[in-house]
Design a protein. Structure first.
Length: 133
């Protein structure tokens, strides 16, 4: 359900804008160009709710949302999504040192095996591009 005064179209439009800013246009274009009838409702759902209703809320800045997202992905073993959100975290202003700290913190609360897997993803993502911080 859209926040008061907002339509589903507002949520979709704002969600798509935030999704592009956070994940990058290349990723979003690839996802939206790959929409088929079986995935259309899902893509609409995540654009409106995850991006248009949650990521646009004023309660947390994007850095904090990235920290929460990375931790949840590590905790649940979603390492393919983690790679995407490590890149997003850097777009959202987290430094590589801060990302490493999030993974170290996760080792204690999510488990060492989860952190081992997360650090393997961090290594690959960090090797893809030179550091910006």
């Amino acid at each position: 359900m859209a926040r008061e005064g907002r339509t589903n179209q507002d949520s979709y439009d704002e969600g798509m804008a935030v999704r592009r800013q956070v994940l990058g246009a290349t990723h979003v274009d690839r996802a939206t160009n790959g929409i088929v009838p079986a995935t259309a409702d899902y893509q609409d759902l995540i654009t409106r709710y995850a991006w248009g209703e949650i990521w646009t809320r004023p309660g947390l800045d994007r850095k904090m949302r990235s920290v929460a997202t990375m931790t949840a992905l590590i905790a649940h073993g979603h390492y393919d999504e983690l790679a995407m959100h490590l890149r997003a975290a850097q777009r959202n202003g987290l430094t590589r040192d801060e990302i490493v700290e999030v993974v170290l913190q996760s080792a204690i609360y999510c488990g060492v095996p989860a952190a081992n897997s997360a650090f393997a993803v961090v290594k690959v993502v960090f090797e893809e591009e030179p550091p910006t911080d």
